[in-house]
Design a protein around this ligand. Structure first.
Ligand SMILES: [Zn+2]
Length: 198
């Protein structure tokens, strides 16, 4: 029942938003972590943001003081555990909910980098992508393993969602690999994306 209600709410939001963008990706967007997020959690949020900034020319900035006009709150919420671990409310004010790590780690069999995985995906929804990819993509909500790059599907979804206001494209990004290893206990760490050199 809970899942059905949540899905219904999400559908309502999506239909409300059809045809309009909540945020302008050509302008800076503040990602404001909740006050309880420590330096490492905020750093992982910055790492996920940098992947989008490098590839797509977005200007996501982790900004605890919320000094930028466009703002997105990012924090933990049990509601996100109903879905794949993250939930983005795309109606203004846009906000990202992440399933508390204590639950996520038990669901995802000790995946050591699950916070990065959830955040990099949810930032696509912050960047106005309402749908999902079906192939091995950042925007495939059912992918087990993180892709090494944004896929052509990811790029098409971003371009379609922002067709009338696209930022200057960036480079082709290499997303750090996350070997699946359920023998490794949860140990979050910083993981930066980088531009591939030709
Ligand atoms: Zn999603």
């Amino acid at each position: 029942m809970k899942r059905a209600a949540a899905a219904q709410q999400l559908l309502l939001l999506v239909s409300t938003l059809a045809g309009c963008r909540a945020l302008d990706v050509t302008q800076p967007i503040a990602l404001v972590p909740e006050v309880s997020w420590n330096t490492l959690e905020a750093g992982i949020l910055a790492d996920a943001a940098e992947c989008w900034n490098l590839q797509f020319g977005t200007q996501f900035r982790v900004d605890r003081d919320a000094t930028i006009e466009q703002q997105v709150r990012v924090g933990y919420s049990d509601a996100a555990c109903l879905d794949a671990g993250g939930l983005t409310i795309a109606a203004p004010p846009v906000r990202v909910a992440v399933c508390p790590l204590s639950y996520m780690v038990s669901i995802h069999a000790k995946r050591s980098h699950v916070l990065m995985d959830v955040l990099i995906h949810e930032l696509g929804h912050v960047a106005n992508i309402l749908g999902h990819a079906s192939g091995h993509s950042v925007m495939n909500s059912e992918s087990i393993l993180r892709p090494e790059q944004f896929s052509n599907e990811d790029i098409a979804l971003f371009n379609d969602a922002n067709a009338d206001a696209l930022p200057a494209p960036g480079c082709t990004v290499r997303i750090p690999a996350e070997p699946y290893d359920d023998t490794v206990a949860y140990h979050p760490g910083r993981e930066g994306c980088a531009c591939e050199t030709p």
